[in-house]
Design a protein around this ligand. Structure first.
Ligand code: NAD
Length: 494
């Protein structure tokens, strides 16, 4: 792990990465990263400023030609080399990911490994990134060609919930498309970001092409968003932040991957064991910190009691524990505001008539007070916060329904549409739901929490703008330019 120094008993010091050098903030200020799992300071980072962000933009703008003029074969080789560097350190990086995020080590290993195909998929797409060529319709002797042009300099801003997967959807891909990049990671999980930059550095990406500035979103993030020489923003985070970015960004190209309020609809003919497994997976994996968590579970009245009983039994078997212990199924909540939001949503539901049937409280005797039991809440109703505001924690709120129409109406009502799911054995019902649910992704007999490396990913309505994954990320970070070529004796303008 090249540029971080590990001292026994001391938090490691990390730096920002600008123009191929590891640097401090110009003001010399720092911030600590405290592990939600142990309560210890595990890293100290430069607290970047407006000036640091401006400097990163200047060097990125200057370096953009370098990457834009680099042959595709060479850009592809850089992408592959970055993934080889990630592969060398999967275990070490996963340990830091678990300590800064709180997720069990086995989930962190999957996440770090996932960054590899995420990047390689676009490397392959880059090699085959064709665009239309056509003869003119209204003139003789004219050919139209289209070229993929980079956008220029791209700012990528990411959240804390998947510290490897989310940057691995943007940072390297924007470079593959020929852009220079400034990366601003979340301040709760910058160790993973620093490790990704170590891989980028060791892979030999030219200085200035990818830069990282750590620090507050309100200063570093807004500076990048408003900077006149930044051409595009790739942002993943909360819907409210996405709206703020859209207001500040002017005419920059925006890719916004925002919040979800994912509904999982379980019809009376669903396979119950599979449905219950999907509820648990989609509610408690990653401590529920997922844009594609099952935020709301709509269960048909005919099977409601059986589903709840089986889910409660399943949930009570889960071991909440330290993320590095082998038998841990779920670690702590990542941060206090998120835990307080979870508690507020549970209290709101109980006040309005819901019943906590599993969990519903913090786990005592742990190294921090951020550990919370996986929680099942029955008898939820549409007026509860669970149904209107993303909870983003380990909760499974159950809403009972009697007709498909009712479930679809509730699913669509909050105007989020990232991923929605239905469990049913009836093909007609499945396709009716797929047509009527307003969402970027519909999962049939799959959890809301599903995706693959290549299918277009992104939200309807409050869940975002644009599509990423597979060749869609390359498309998102490029423009199409039309070139008209007169190859003969056209009657005009001669
Ligand atoms: P957040 O919006 O608070 O922060 C995300 C990033 O934006 C951080 O790096 C933060 O420092 C920065 N930031 C904050 N304010 C900013 C501003 N005004 N201008 C520019 N940058 C700013 O989000 P979070 O709490 O870190 O992440 C959780 C959210 O992310 C959830 O809503 C989740 O659903 C969403 N998410 C969406 C997807 C998706 O694919 N759609 C994936 C993962 C997470």
């Amino acid at each position: 792990m090249a540029k971080s120094t590990r001292k026994a008993g001391a938090a490691r010091r990390f730096k920002m990465y600008i123009e191929g050098k590891w640097v401090e903030s110009e003001r010399g200020e720092t911030f600590d990263v405290v592990s939600p799992a142990s309560g210890e300071v595990i890293g100290t980072f430069p607290k970047g400023t407006r000036e640091d962000a401006n400097r990163a933009v200047e060097v990125a703008v200057a370096a953009q030609e370098t990457i834009a003029r680099m042959p595709i074969a060479e850009r592809a080789r850089l992408g592959v080399r970055i993934t080889e560097e990630i592969r060398r350190y999967v275990k070490e990086y996963a340990v830091d990911c678990s300590l800064e995020h709180g997720k069990p080590l086995r989930e962190s290993i999957i996440e770090v490994e996932d960054a590899i195909p995420n990047i390689l998929w676009q490397v392959e797409d880059l090699k085959r990134w064709d665009s239309p060529t056509q003869e003119a319709y209204s003139k003789p002797d004219v050919i139209y060609m289209t070229l993929h042009e980079p956008l220029g300099t791209v700012a990528t801003i990411t959240p804390w919930n998947f510290p490897w997967v989310l940057p691995s959807e943007f940072v390297v891909q924007a470079m593959l498309a020929g852009n220079s990049v400034i990366y601003k990671p979340a301040s709760n999980t910058p160790l993973s970001a620093a490790h990704l930059m170590e891989c980028i550095d060791r892979a030999g990406v030219p200085p200035g092409v990818i830069n990282m500035v750590t620090g507050p979103g309100g200063e570093v993030g807004t500076t990048l968003v408003e900077h006149p020489l930044v051409d595009a923003i790739g942002f993943t985070g909360e819907t409210t932040t996405g709206i703020d970015i859209a207001k500040r960004a002017g005419l920059k190209k925006l890719t916004l991957e925002l919040g979800g309020l994912g509904p999982l609809i379980i019809m009376d003919d669903a396979k119950l064991d599979a449905a219950v497994e999907d509820i648990a997976f989609g509610c408690f994996t990653n401590t529920g910190h997922c844009c594609v968590a099952n935020e709301r579970i709509f269960v048909h009245e005919e099977i409601h009691d059986r589903v709840v009983k089986s889910l409660v039994e399943r949930t009570k078997k889960m071991k909440v524990g330290f993320p590095l212990d082998n038998d841990t199924d779920m670690g702590p909540v990542n941060n206090r505001p998120t835990l307080e939001k979870v508690e507020e949503h549970v209290a709101d539901a109980v006040r309005k008539g819901a019943t906590v049937v599993a969990g519903g409280k913090r786990v005592s005797g742990m190294p921090t007070d951020l550990y919370y039991y996986p929680t099942v809440i029955d008898d939820c109703a549409p007026d509860m916060l669970f149904n209107t505001v993303e909870t983003f924690g380990p909760t499974a709120p159950i809403f009972e329904f009697s007709k498909l129409d009712e479930a679809i109406e509730m699913a669509n009502a909050p105007r989020y549409g990232l991923s929605m799911a239905i469990h049913t054995a009836n093909l007609r019902v499945a396709f009716e739901a797929a047509k009527r649910l307003k969402s970027g992704q519909i999962c049939i007999n799959e959890p809301v929490y599903s995706w693959d490396y290549f299918n277009p990913w992104g939200g309807f309505r409050n869940s975002g703008l644009g599509r990423i994954a597979g060749r869609w990320t390359l498309d998102a970070f490029s423009e199409l330019k039309t070139v008209m070529f007169n190859v003969g004796r056209s009657p005009w303008p001669r």
